[in-house]
Design a protein around this ligand. Structure first.
Ligand code: ADP
Length: 495
C-alpha cells in the first residue's frame, strides 16, 4: 500500500511529545511489513538539511490569495529508513519553534504554516508522480489534508485516496480567527459546511474530524473518554456522532532504546532473571539527586512535562498539593525530572528547598530519564488525561511499578494490584484528587515495607509485558483498507 504520513513532528528531526515517536515508529513498522511509506513535514529551522537531497524544482502551493513556493528536501533520517520530505519555506518555517515559542506558544500565522504543509503534501505527490492510496494525518496540524481530499482534491488523482486522522491529544485543536479560512482557499460555505466552525472561530482539528474517512486515537480507553463531556474538549458531540469510525489503538513502545538488559545510559544493566543491577541504579540515582544511599527506602520517580494535564495541580498546586504530605509523612524519596509551566517549576523548586527527601531537576535530559526509570521502585503518573502515555510503559519494562490515575492509556496498560490474588502490575486510583494520590502512594509504600515478595512478583510480571508496534501497525493496516473502501464507496459512509 502507498501510505503518506502528514505530520508536524518526527523523531529525530522535530519532537515536542509522543506524536513524534509514534509517527516514526509506525512508519518504520509499516515499511518493514512491505508498504511504501513516505512522510511529509515542515523543514523547521532546527533541522539541518546538510546531506539531504533536494527534490525537483520549487513546489508551488496555493495559499491565501495566491501561491507560495517551497523547496523540498528528502532525507532518510533515524531508524525508520523511509523517505521524509521536508517542505522548506524561510518565511513560514525559518524560525525557532514548532508551533510557537515559550514567549509566544502559538504562532499567529499557524494557519498559513500548516496549510502549506497539508496543501503542499498534495502538490508534492503530484510532482513526484506518486499518488498515495491513503493519507494518514496526525493531530490538528495535518487535519486539513482530509478536508482537501473532500474539496480541492475530490476529483483527480486523489479521488480514490482514503484518509485516516489520528488524535494524539484532543487538548490541542488548532483554533484561529475565522477570517483565516481564506488562507486555506476554501470558501465561506466551508466554514460551516466542512465543519470548521467552533464557537465563532476556525477549528482545524474539528474540520479534519468531520472529513477523515477513519479516525483513530492512541488507546481504546481514550477513544471512549473523548466521547464524553469530561474529556471531549467540546468536540465530544462530533466524536460521538462519528463513533462508528473512531478506533483506539494502543501505541507500541521502543524496546530497543528502553531495554534494561542493554541500556547503555544506565550504570548497570539488569533483567528479570538478575535484578541486582536495579539496586546499583537506585544507588546511582540517590547519589545523582543528593539523597542518602539507602536501598531499603522506596524511591518514587516522575519524568514529565510539567503541566496541568499531568496532575501537577494535585501534586504541587499552591493550595492543595499532595507532594508535600507524601514526602513529610512517608519514609520515601521522590525524584522529579521535568520542564514546563513556570508556576509548576517555581512550586517544585520551593518544595525541593523545603523537603530533604525530594529531588527536583528542571531539565530535559534523556540520560536522567533512563536513570529514573532504572533506579526507582515506583513511577508516579497522576495525569488528568493520558491519550496513551509512554513513561508508564517504560516503567513496566524497567520493573518500576507505576502508580497511575485510571484514565486513557494508563488504564489500558497498568493493571491494579489485587491484594487478594497478588495479580497486577501497578497501583491505580479512580478519582484524581490530592487525597487519592496520597492514599495510593501510601498503599504502594505500605506494600513495599510489608509485602516485599509481592513487589518482586509484580515487577517480574511488569517486565514481561509487551506493547509491540507490529500489533498496532497491523491494526492500522486494517484501518487503511477501510478508509480506502469508504472513499471508493464500497462501504457506505455513516455520516
Ligand atoms: P507527552 O507526549 O504527553 O509529553 P508521553 O509519556 O507520551 O507524554 O511522552 C513523553 C516522552 O518525553 C517520554 O519519552 C519521556 O521520557 C520524555 N520526557 C518528558 N519529559 C522529559 C524530560 N524532562 N527529560 C527527558 N525526557 C522527558
Amino acid at each position: 500500500m502507498r501510505i503518506l504520513m502528514v505530520t508536524s513532528e518526527f523523531v529525530p528531526l522535530a519532537k515536542t511529545g509522543g506524536l513524534a515517536d509514534m509517527v516514526a515508529a509506525l512508519s518504520a513498522e509499516l515499511a518493514r511489513m512491505g508498504h511504501d511509506v513516505r512522510v511529509v513535514m515542515p523543514r523547521y529551522y532546527g533541522i539541518d538539511i546538510e546531506g539531504c537531497e533536494k527534490v525537483a524544482g520549487p513546489l508551488g502551493v496555493p495559499l491565501g490569495f495566491g501561491e507560495t513556493w517551497a523547496a523540498v528536501y528528502e532525507t532518510r533520517s533515524g531508524s525508520a529508513d523511509v523517505p521524509v520530505y521536508l517542505l522548506d519555506h524561510e518565511g513560514l518555517f525559518g524560525r525557532d519553534g514548532i508551533y510557537g515559542t515559550r514567549a509566544e506558544p502559538d504562532f499567529p500565522d499557524n494557519v498559513q504554516r500548516f496549510t502549506l504543509l497539508c496543501r503542499g503534501a498534495f502538490q508534492l505527490c503530484k510532482s513526484l508522480g506518486w499518488i498515495p492510496e491513503v493519507i494518514h494525518g496526525h493531530d490538528w496540524p495535518a487535519a486539513l489534508s482530509s478536508v482537501y481530499l473532500n474539496t480541492w482534491e475530490q476529483i483527480g488523482p486523489f479521488e480514490k485516496t482514503g484518509s485516516v486522522l489520528t488524535i494524539h491529544n484532543l487538548g490541542y485543536q488548532g483554533v484561529y480567527p475565522k477570517e483565516d479560512i481564506h488562507i486555506t482557499q476554501l470558501d465561506w460555505e466551508h466554514y460551516h459546511g466542512s465543519g470548521f466552525e467552533f464557537f465563532g472561530k476556525l477549528n482545524l482539528l474539528k474540520a479534519g474530524l468531520r472529513n477523515a474517512d477513519i479516525l483513530t486515537t492512541v488507546s481504546p480507553t481514550y477513544a471512549r473518554e473523548i466521547q464524553t463531556a469530561e474529556h471531549g474538549h467540546q468536540l465530544n458531540g462530533l466524536l460521538r456522532h462519528r463513533s462508528d469510525d473512531l478506533f483506539g489503538v494502543l501505541n507500541g513502545m521502543d524496546y530497543k532504546d528502553w531495554n534494561p538488559e542493554e541500556d547503555s545510559l544506565i550504570p548497570q544493566q539488569y533483567s528479570e532473571d538478575s535484578m541486582a543491577g536495579k539496586a546499583i541504579n537506585k544507588a546511582a540515582l540517590q547519589k545523582a539527586f543528593g539523597l542518602p544511599n539507602d536501598p531499603e527506602r522506596p524511591m518514587i520517580g516522575i519524568v514529565s512535562r510539567l503541566a496541568d494535564q499531568k496532575g501537577f495541580g494535585e501534586l504541587c498546586g499552591p493550595t492543595h498539593g499532595s507532594l508535600h504530605d507524601i514526602c513529610s509523612d512517608y519514609e520515601v524519596d521522590v525524584v522529579i525530572l521535568g520542564t514546563g509551566d513556570q508556576w509548576c517549576e517555581e512550586e517544585l523548586a520551593n518544595l525541593d528547598a523545603a523537603l530533604p527527601n525530594l529531588g527536583v531537576r528542571l531539565a530535559f535530559d534523556n540520560r536522567v530519564a533512563h536513570l529514573i526509570e532504572a533506579g526507582s521502585d515506583f513511577f508516579l503518573m497522576p495525569s488528568h488525561y493520558e491519550p496513551c502515555g509512554l513513561n508508564q510503559m517504560y516503567s513496566l519494562r524497567y520493573g518500576t511499578l507505576p502508580i497511575v490515575h485510571r484514565t486513557g492509556g494508563l488504564a489500558d496498560t497498568v493493571e491494579n494490584l489485587d491484594p487478594k490474588t497478588g495479580e497486577g502490575t501497578g497501583f491505580v486510583f479512580d478519582l484524581l484528587t490530592p487525597r487519592a494520590i496520597y492514599d495510593t502512594v501510601g498503599w504502594a509504600v505500605w506494600t513495599w515495607y510489608n509485602r516485599r515478595e509481592l513487589i518482586h512478583t509484580m515487577r517480574i510480571r511488569a517486565m514481561q509485558k509487551r506493547f509491540l508496534w507490529e500489533d498496532s501497525a497491523a491494526r492500522y493496516e486494517e484501518f487503511y483498507q477501510w478508509a480506502i473502501d469508504r472513499r471508493t464507496g464500497r462501504v457506505p459512509r455513516t455520516w
